[in-house]
Design a protein around this ligand. Structure first.
Ligand SMILES: Cc1cc2nc3c(=O)[nH]c(=O)nc-3n(C[C@H](O)[C@H](O)[C@H](O)COP(=O)(O)OP(=O)(O)OC[C@H]3O[C@@H](n4cnc5c(N)ncnc54)[C@H](O)[C@@H]3O)c2cc1C
Length: 553
């Protein structure tokens, strides 16, 4: 289809109104003001229906990032639920737990805040807009435009196409937005970041990124269960010792609790199901005691990039900068990325200011970003945990031993920079995994009080998509799904997706089953693209405004 598109020219374009993108916009205006440079025109685009709609986190925030960005953040009314109080780490056995009597190095939370990331993001968006930055919600970028090796902007998603890709009466072609610098702040496993890799090889010198899928709910719990600000992290059950992950419970203000479980996507189990792990976690007696009698209010899930600084891309190219989770700015030991996302946004802003002064947006000028990162506190923090996640490749026990050595050697441990494989490669075929009498677990029964099926949970995420649009989950070869994958892996997408997008349904002629998608359930967590063993699923960006509408998450 030949389409004439509007072209919008801006100075600076930021894709994603999360902590990273907003911090970049805010700091750039502030720095320009302080240096007497004319403030550039900045446009932030966000695929969610409002800034914060797609923001999901635990979220215990290290205030280091926001304090650097907005020193008077408390006076300006930064929303937070509680200051962290009692801080515990539990090892969960089958039926009980024991509290680790000391805080492992680097894991303390003294001085941190429990926040709701989507409230925090909404507030940061207000602060940023007040400086004159334009934020366009419901605006999703689908394509990174690269001309002659230089990033010149993005194209937004066409709106008003039907399921077959034909224009409806409300058709609006996507706009081309051109900018001197495009900043990718898309969060975890960014689609445009992937395109930047294909076109500009930004991950060429990196090890494979490793992901967890974090599944969480917000609950109202009876009084007296946990004190305000109390936080609990867990490891051990319900995961087997050879799988990576853990749970958390953060007591917010009033009677609200944020509870969740993050499971590694490098599980060998083809029936591995992060949503199910979370339900099992809630059924553990030590966690059930906290939740019983309460009410589940909200649900969400998202992947978490855990690979550490060796898995980070080159943070710049001509006309391009990459920040936040898109750039792998996440401390895997602390499960914290918000403060690093903010710091990376600030580094990008300072880099851009230098480029504006020189009127030069070449890769060489923007490479200042890499230098800033190398000299930053963010780099020092990430360097100390550079091998943490990889240490757990052999399971929990070897991970703890590696962690001990890493602590003694400033993060190096027994190896440095272990080449990991992409997560999906670790999945074993059905016949290999279920051998020697090992059987798949029977389907789970949900009681709708403590445990919930995926559809009930998706409803609690407020997810909505225009149903009559081209499916944004693109299966490259259905034959692989319906035949080869059924036989070899048993269609693991049915399990790993925490939103029941993928189902195997009977063929009309009774000859077997075929894959059926419900893309409107998708909560944009990106698990499918990471975990699919054939890499046959392509998560493309749907119409702006679709997806979850998180509250208090
Ligand atoms: C379950 C869970 C628990 C966590 N717990 C903690 C914690 O306790 N403490 C902590 O510090 N961190 C935690 N994190 C990590 C933290 O949430 C992230 O590191 C942080 O949100 C990264 O910020 P960001 O701005 O890079 O990305 P995001 O917050 O993900 O924001 C990216 C934004 O870009 C938008 N976007 C993406 N693609 C497009 C596109 N193509 N077009 C337009 N817009 C787009 C998205 O909709 C989103 O709003 C947790 C994460 C999860 C999932």
């Amino acid at each position: 289809m030949d389409i004439e598109r509007d072209v919008l020219d801006v100075d600076i374009l930021i894709v994603g109104a999360g902590p990273a993108g907003l911090a970049c916009a805010y700091h750039l205006i502030k720095k320009a003001e302080a240096s007497g440079v004319e403030a550039p025109g900045i446009l932030v685009i966000e695929k969610g229906s409002y800034p914060g709609a797609h923001s999901l986190s635990g979220a215990v925030m290290d205030p280091g990032g926001i304090a650097a960005l907005i020193p008077d953040y408390l006076e300006r009314g930064m929303p937070y639920e509680a200051k962290v109080g009692r801080d515990s780490l539990w090892f969960l056995t089958g039926k009980s737990h024991f509290r680790i009597p000391f805080t492992p190095p680097g894991m303390g939370n003294h001085g941190n805040y429990i926040i709701s990331l989507n409230k925090f993001t909404g507030w940061l968006a207000e602060q940023t807009e007040a400086l004159g930055v334009e934020i366009y919600p419901e605006t999703a970028a689908s394509d990174l435009i690269v001309e002659n090796g230089r990033v010149v902007g993005v194209q937004t998603v066409d709106m008003g196409l039907d399921k077959n890709g034909e224009p409806k009466s409300n058709f609006e072609p996507g706009t081309i937005i051109k900018a001197n610098v495009t900043i990718l702040a898309e969060g975890t496993h960014g689609s445009l970041t992937g395109q930047a890799d294909k076109k500009l090889n930004i991950f060429d010198s990196s090890i494979s990124q490793s992901y967890l899928t974090g599944v969480k709910e917000v609950w109202e719990i009876p009084e007296g269960r946990l004190s305000e600000g109390e936080i609990i992290h867990t490891f051990g059950a319900p995961l087997p010792l050879n799988e990576y992950g853990g749970g958390f419970a953060y007591k917010m203000s009033g009677s609200m609790l944020s509870v969740g479980f993050a499971a590694g996507l490098n599980s060998p189990d083809p029936t591995g199901d992060p949503h199910r792990r979370f339900q099992e976690f809630k059924m553990h007696p030590s966690i059930k005691n906290i939740l019983e009698g309460g009410t589940m209010l909200h649900y969400g899930a998202k992947t978490i990039p855990e690979g550490g600084c060796y898995a980070m891309p080159r943070l710049y190219d001509s006309g391009l900068l990459i920040i936040g989770d898109s750039g792998g700015f996440l401390n895997s030991l602390r499960l914290k990325g918000i403060h690093l996302a903010i710091q990376s946004g600030m580094m990008a802003a300072e880099t851009i200011l230098g480029a504006i002064e020189k009127k030069d947006y070449s890769a060489e000028t923007l490479s200042v970003m890499q230098g800033k990162f190398e000299q930053s506190t963010a780099k020092r923090e990430l360097h100390k945990v550079r091998n943490y996640h990889q240490g757990f490749e052999g399971g929990l026990v070897s991970g703890m031993i590696h962690f001990g050595f890493q602590f003694l050697t400033g993060g190096r441990g027994l190896f440095d920079r272990r080449e990991t494989k992409p997560d999906h490669v670790y999945m074993m075929k059905l016949g290999e995994f279920f051998s020697n009498g090992k059987e798949p677990a029977p389907p789970m029964k949900f009681d709708n009080k403590l445990t919930f099926d995926k559809l009930t949970d998706v409803y609690k995420s407020g997810t909505k998509h225009e149903e009559d649009q081209p499916p944004h989950l693109v299966i490259e070869d259905y034959d692989i799904c319906n035949n080869r994958c059924t036989e070899e892996y048993g269609n693991p997408c049915r399990y790993f997706c925490p939103a029941q997008v993928y189902e195997m349904v009977d063929n009309e002629d009774g000859s077997g089953k075929h894959l059926q998608l419900t893309p409107s359930n998708c909560i944009h967590c990106k698990t499918c693209e990471v975990a699919d063993p054939y890499q046959n699923i392509n998560w493309t960006v749907p119409e702006g405004g679709g997806g979850p509408n998180y509250e208090n998450c």
